[in-house]
Ligand binder design. Sequence first.
Ligand code: AHR
Ligand code: AHR
Ligand code: AHR
Length: 508
Amino acid sequence: MAVFSKPSILALGLALTPLIAAGPCDIYSSGGTPCIAAHSTTRALYSSYNGPLYQVKRASDSSTTTITPLSAGGVANAAAQDTFCAGTTCLITIIYDQSGNGNDLTQAPPGGFSGPDVNGYDNLAGAIGAPVTLNGQKAYGVFVSPGTGYRNNEAVGTAVNDEAEGMYAVLDGTHYNDGCCFDYGNAETNSLDTGNGHMEAIYFGTNTAWGSGAGSGPWLMADLENGLFSGQSSDYNSGDPSISYRFFTTILKGGPNLWALRGANAASGSLSTYYSGVRPTDQSGYNPMSKEGAIILGIGGDNSVSAQGTFYEGAMTDGYPTDATENAVQANIVAAKYATTSLTSGTALSVGSSVSLKVTTSGYDTRYLAHTGSTVNTQVVSSSSSTALKQQASWTVRTGLSSTAAANGCVSFESVDTPGSYIRHANFALLLNANDGTKLFAEDATFCPQSSFNGDGTNSVRAWSYPTRYWRHYENTLYVASNGGVNTFDASTAWTDDVSWVVGSGFA
Ligand code: AHR
Ligand code: AHR
Ligand code: AHR
């Protein structure tokens, strides 16, 4: 008997090892519903995957580099990105498919709606907008500002028509808006709205044009085209909860006259089912479905580009996964230990202090950040300036008005001479406006200081909600400018100097 006990323990050990070390797509495979697309900038989604996770492109010389896991099955090598992007800005240009199907996501082309970049393409995400740690190791998610989107209209292996599929995504449950539509999943192959049932994608946000759930949102819903569904109809489902998890596991699956929405805190606990049942019956076109099989991230099926959100990882499957398979995926996500980390670097700006910001661009460096009424500009200020001008050029550092960004170090700037008014961006110009208490104002007025780009300054100041954009003086007027974008004030000439400031004590 003893002869047989040793091999059977060994066999048991071998059988358990892959399960213990499995990634989400190993789990889907074991469940009989393999991933046909697997996307993540934070980690490998298969235990053996050691290939490309994503590509970044830097502004300084337009060169690119590929970020891979630190080891097979591991966390992304964020340090490689930090080194490559040092002293300049980087965009995420490709999110690679780890499934072997080549279903990479790249800059979304124009569709029913045009994006804001060249030729109507959508913008690419900045590479540092969504830093996190996984089991203590730094990684970056994909921070989608309005106007940003990725797509693959030639995806292979995705479900078409009424075929069954599953999908999951780990999102930032505190980054959302009511625009259409922050999605991940199956969409039209021509970027146009081709009718009801032509999509099946995870949606997250507070859009109420179609369905909604309990409370005031944000909600996980299914974008099935011309409708965001929280449950059986594109109406109200009290079983679809408002979400406040910082990290949110979202699940959508759909097959012949059956679909489900499930969700969980991605940092602990297990999945709840928000809806599981038949296809919508109150409108035609959703049973059977007419899925087309493209893959979108951050946009609607027709390239609607008004939404925002953050994507860390996600995958799509062949077949309708069992709840048990998804429960194991959720356990794997929890074990990855997503956690927040600082959004700032460089000289710390202490909350409550009065600061000035001096220009570093040669020929302009007697000027300071100031305001004239609601216009934010630069003006020549010195110790002999009037008290009024000194006050116009002094700013009280406040805790960031947007609370989740504030929790990771981002701040707001209140005017010394106009208390209650803060620097905010609107249409990418900086303005001094009274705080109207809205979520949009809080986000527009929250900025993340980091080390200065040119080394002559102490800090550059990033817009939290548009992490490709920094405070920049251009013709002595202030904008949030990207490094070489479509606006005149985005010009790459002098950008590095124009966004670098010496932060010192306030004049008043
Ligand atoms: O279904 C909601 C949205 O409606 C889709 O994402 C878009 O294609 C259409 O505008
Ligand atoms: O500055 C960019 C955007 O423009 C702001 O978020 C919004 O307030 C305005 O539409
Ligand atoms: O803001 C002053 C100058 O105006 C900037 O340095 C330059 O980029 C722009 O022409």
